[in-house]
Design a protein around this ligand. Structure first.
Ligand SMILES: [Ca+2]
Ligand SMILES: [Ca+2]
Length: 235
C-alpha cells in the first residue's frame, strides 16, 4: 500500500502527516519569535546585556587664534546651534573647548643678564550652555602647553561600553533629547606671570598675556544599542 493510499485510509498515518505539517510550520515561527524577543520584542524595559555602540564625533562651532591680555578674558557669546545644518537631528551630548598656547615674554636680554627664565602663565577655559558649566586650567610651563575642557549633559561613562540594563535606561543616560540645542558661551582667560633673567637692573622680564589658539566643538553621539552576546571559546 502506498503512502498516499495510507493517508486516505489510515488514521495513524493521517495524524503523523498532520504532525509533520505542524512542526514544519511551527519551528520557523517559534525561532523567529525567539530571535525577535532577544532584541526588539523584549521591549524597552527588559534588562539585557547591551553594547552602547558608537563613537563621538565633533562638529566645529567656532575656532580662532587670539592674543588674550592678562586679566582681560576673551568672551565668545554669539555661539548657537542654529549655525549648524540639521542640528535638530543630532544627538548633541556635550561641548569641547580645546586650547593651545605658547609663551612670549619680553626683556631680560641685556649683557648683564644671566640665564633665569620665564614664569608660568595659567590659561583658564570655561564653557557655558544652559545650566551646564565646566571650567579647567592649564599651564604653559613658561614654554608651551595645551588643555581641553569637556562638558557633558549625558552620562558619558557608558559610551561604547557593554552594560546590563534596559534599553529605556540606556536611552535616558545617553540621549540628550534636545538638551544640546541653543546658545553657548565660551570664556578664555590668561593669568600671566613674568620671569627674570638674573638680579641685576634691566633683567626683569615683562609678560602681558598670551596667544591662545582655540576650537569650540559640539560633541555628537550617534549611538546604536545592540544586544551583546558573549562568544564562548568552543566556537
Ligand atoms: Ca610667563
Ligand atoms: Ca605669556
Amino acid at each position: 500500500m502506498s503512502f498516499f493510499e495510507n493517508l486516505k485510509n489510515n488514521r495513524d498515518t493521517q495524524i503523523m502527516a498532520l504532525s509533520i505539517v505542524f512542526f514544519v510550520l511551527a519551528f520557523p515561527i517559534y525561532f523567529g519569535l525567539a530571535a525577535a524577543n532577544a532584541d526588539e520584542g523584549a521591549g524597552l524595559n527588559a534588562v539585557n546585556m547591551y553594547e552602547v555602540a558608537g563613537e563621538p564625533t565633533y562638529i566645529e562651532l567656532d575656532a580662532g587664534d587670539e592674543f588674550i591680555a592678562d586679566g582681560d578674558p576673551l568672551v565668545l557669546d554669539n555661539l548657537h546651534t542654529d549655525a549648524i545644518d540639521d542640528a535638530d537631528d543630532m544627538n548633541i551630548v556635550g561641548v569641547r573647548l580645546t586650547m593651545s598656547y605658547t609663551e612670549m615674554e619680553e626683556g631680560g636680554n641685556g649683557p648683564q643678564c644671566i640665564g633665569g627664565g620665564n614664569a608660568d602663565d595659567t590659561i583658564t577655559g570655561t564653557t557655558m550652555h544652559g545650566e551646564y558649566n565646566e571650567t579647567a586650567s592649564g599651564s604653559n610651563n613658561g614654554d608651551s602647553g595645551s588643555h581641553v575642557v569637556e562638558s557633558y549633559w549625558i552620562n558619558e561613562s557608558i559610551m561604547g561600553e557593554v552594560v546590563i540594563m534596559s534599553k529605556a535606561e540606556i536611552i535616558s543616560m545617553v540621549d540628550a533629547d534636545g538638551a544640546g540645542l541653543g546658545s553657548y558661551t565660551v570664556e578664555i582667560s590668561v593669568d600671566a606671570s613674568a620671569g627674570n633673567a638674573g638680579p641685576l637692573p634691566g633683567c626683569q622680564k615683562s609678560d602681558n598675556g598670551e596667544d591662545v589658539v582655540y576650537t569650540v566643538e559640539l560633541i555628537v553621539f550617534d549611538y546604536d544599542i545592540r544586544p551583546y552576546f558573549e562568544v564562548s571559546e568552543e566556537i
